[in-house]
Design a protein around this ligand. Structure first.
Ligand SMILES: C[S@@+](CC[C@H](N)C(=O)[O-])C[C@H]1O[C@@H](n2cnc3c(N)ncnc32)[C@H](O)[C@@H]1O
Length: 371
């Protein structure tokens, strides 16, 4: 197959992205073809990289990936570029613009995310895991005490070390949820949006199974995956249908969000987003904050997270909930996290990670005390 054929295929697939996720479209297309692994890999690399420059890809008949990459690299990005090059909807482009101090930060979200692992301290130390994975040039994450980054594209799920439960795949920003929740043995913790368990498993395994951890989610099928994972890892995770009222020391909300902070992995998250969808998410996020207040005990905390950098989903929601309740107050994250983390990430009131620092996903976190 020559490069023109590749481009034709990619353009055709890209036209469907507004309706279906890119990964789903690509896998479906590949499963119907008889391509060898080399072609599959080349096509995948080209597709997932080209859709980052969505508008150019679908509208420019002379689209050339290297040219557009060089252009983006060598200029200061403007609001217009967010729509004209990357294909964001006008209103979403405005939200991105008001949320980033410097629009050039968007460039970091165009890179490929690293492969980051989190050691399971119940079974393995980070140093021992580093030596097991030596062939893949592993390095320690700079901030998370549990992380390892691999300079390799291998399928780590096939490794014996993964099958034995020595590590999970988890971005460094997500690992730092542990530091912000700062769980203590026997604490009653509710993971209110537990999903398939990324955070529940992080909290319990890095606490050596000492937490009274309850996990809830609106999706029963996701909770079933969490239950299975916890069982394999030997972790105590109680799935609850109705969390107890005013019971928990800490309630974690890992809120459904636009995913703007993780577009390195799923660039089409933002391509499918428009104002109505975003405001619908904001409504759900506010509902979850309101709900969480009923579950936390007096003196306990709510820890709110998104994997988004949009102010609408982050600071504006925290300002909203603080206005609603007199007995809520913001605990500055610089008073919770180690000085070393605070300094490296330049944190104060909120927990915020940006891809330009240490190559992490873009995360937001806020801690609210209920008095
Ligand atoms: C960002 S994901 C959570 C990811 C998960 N914590 C992890 O680390 O793997 C957001 C989750 O919120 C759940 N969700 C959406 N609306 C909800 C609601 N009203 N109550 C509880 N969970 C909800 C979704 O089913 C989804 O699993």
């Amino acid at each position: 197959m020559n490069s023109e054929n590749y481009l034709d295929i990619i353009k055709k697939l890209a036209l469907q992205i507004k309706n279906e996720p890119a990964k789903y479209l690509f896998d479906k297309f590949i499963s119907e073809k008889n391509f060898n692994s080399n072609i599959r890999r080349r096509l995948g690399d080209l597709f997932f990289e080209s859709i980052r420059y969505y508008r150019r890809l679908v509208e420019d008949p002379d689209f050339n990936l290297e040219q557009v990459k060089n252009e983006v690299c060598s200029k200061d990005l403007t609001l217009q570029d967010l729509t004209d090059i990357f294909g964001l909807n006008d209103e979403i482009a405005e939200y991105v613009n008001e949320s980033l101090n410097d629009l050039n930060d968007y460039k970091f979200l165009l890179s490929r995310g690293p492969l980051t692992l989190r050691v399971n301290p119940m079974k393995m130390t980070r140093d021992r895991l580093l030596s097991f994975l030596n062939d893949f040039k592993p390095i320690k994450t700079e901030i998370s005490p549990f992380g390892i980054k691999l300079n390799s594209n291998i399928n780590v799920r096939q490794l014996q070390e993964f099958k034995k439960g020595f590590f999970e795949i988890q971005d460094e920003a997500s690992q730092l949820v542990f530091n912000l929740v700062a769980p203590k043995p026997n604490e009653k913790i509710l993971d209110l949006c537990a999903g398939t368990g990324g955070k529940s498993i992080l909290l319990q395994s890095c606490s050596f199974n000492t937490l009274d951890l309850h996990s809830y989610d609106i999706s029963k099928s996701r909770l079933a995956v969490l239950q299975k994972r916890a069982k394999i890892l030997g972790l105590k995770v109680k799935i609850v249908e109705k969390p107890s009222l005013h019971y928990y020391d800490k309630v974690l909300i890992d809120a459904p969000c636009s995913g703007s902070g993780v577009i390195r992995r799923d660039v089409d998250n933002l391509l499918r987003m428009d104002k109505d969808r975003l405001l619908e998410l904001v409504k759900t996020q506010r509902m979850l904050l309101n709900k969480a207040i009923n579950f936390v005990r007096k003196g306990g905390v709510i820890i709110y997270f998104t994997c988004s950098f949009l102010r609408k989903e982050n600071e504006e929601n925290i300002e909203y909930i603080l206005n609603e309740y007199r007995n809520l107050r913001l605990v500055e994250v610089c008073d919770i996290l180690d000085a070393n983390i605070v300094e490296k990430l330049n944190l104060k009131s909120y927990f915020k990670t940006y891809t330009k620092y240490y190559g992490m996903d873009g995360f937001f976190g806020a801690v609210l005390r209920v008095d």
